[in-house]
Write a protein that binds this ligand. Structure first.
Ligand code: GLN
Length: 197
C-alpha cells in the first residue's frame, strides 16, 4: 500500500515513520505527480492558512479534492482536519470542503497551547495518547459522521465514510493505533474496489 503524506509544511516525517512501521510505503506529496498510484493520503498538522497558500501555489487543491471525491481515503490531523472540513468557523469558503463537519480553530489554545492526554477512542482503545497543539475541534457533524472520541465534551476524532479527521497529533507519540485504524480503512477500500471489478 502506498500512503502519501502532504509534504508542503508541518509534521510530515513523523507520519511517514508511522506509515512505514505498519509495513506500508510512505510517500511525500509535493506535486501533482506524487499523487499518482496512492491508496491513501494523510493531511498532516501544521498551520492551515499557510498550507492552503501552498496548496494553491503548487496547484494541489483541485487534484486532491477530485481524488477524494473518487473515493481515495484521507486522514486529516489537526491543520489537515481543518483542510478537510466542509465548514470552517469564521471563513466564508472551506479549503477542500469534503468532510461533513463544522470546525473551529485554536479551540484549546487560549489557556494552554500544548498538552498531552489519554483519550478513549471508540473501537480502538481507552488509553490512546493524544498531543494537542493549538488544536481545533469539531463543533458539529452531519448524521453520517461517526464520533470516535471527545475531550471535555468536544469532538476530537471522527470518521465519515473514507474520511478520518483528528484534532490532535497521534504521530507525535509512539502509539500507532490511530494510524493503524486508518490503514485498515485503506485496506477495506481496496478490498471493496477489487470485489467490484
Ligand atoms: N492552529 C493550527 C491551524 O489553525 C493547527 C495546529 C496544528 O496543526 N497543530 O491551522
Amino acid at each position: 500500500m502506498k500512503i502519501g503524506v502532504l509534504a508542503l509544511q508541518g509534521a510530515v516525517r513523523e507520519q511517514i515513520r508511522q506509515i512505514e512501521q505498519l509495513g506500508c510505503e510512505g510517500i511525500e506529496v509535493k506535486s501533482q505527480a506524487d499523487l499518482q498510484g496512492l491508496t491513501g493520503l494523510v493531511l498532516p498538522g501544521g498551520e492551515s492558512t499557510t498550507m492552503r497558500k501552498l496548496l494553491d501555489r503548487f496547484q494541489l487543491l483541485e487534484p486532491i479534492r477530485s481524488l477524494a471525491q473518487k473515493g481515495l481515503p484521507m486522514f486529516g490531523t489537526c491543520a489537515g482536519l481543518i483542510l478537510l472540513a466542509k465548514q470552517v468557523a469564521g471563513r466564508n469558503e472551506p479549503h477542500l470542503g469534503l468532510m461533513d463537519i463544522v470546525i473551529e480553530r485554536n479551540s484549546f489554545g487560549r489557556q494552554v497551547d500544548s498538552f498531552e492526554v489519554e483519550l478513549s477512542v471508540r473501537g480502538v482503545g481507552d488509553d490512546i495518547p493524544a498531543v494537542f497543539i493549538r488544536a481545533p475541534h469539531i463543533v458539529s457533524a452531519g448524521e453520517d459522521v461517526e464520533i470516535l472520541a471527545r475531550l471535555d465534551g468536544r469532538i476530537v476524532l471522527a470518521k465519515e465514510g473514507h474520511y478520518l479527521g483528528c484534532a490532535f497529533h497521534p504521530e507525535l507519540t509512539e502509539d500507532i493505533r490511530i494510524m493503524q485504524y486508518f490503514v485498515e480503512m485503506v485496506n477495506k477500500t481496496l478490498l471493496a474496489k477489487n470485489s467490484s471489478i
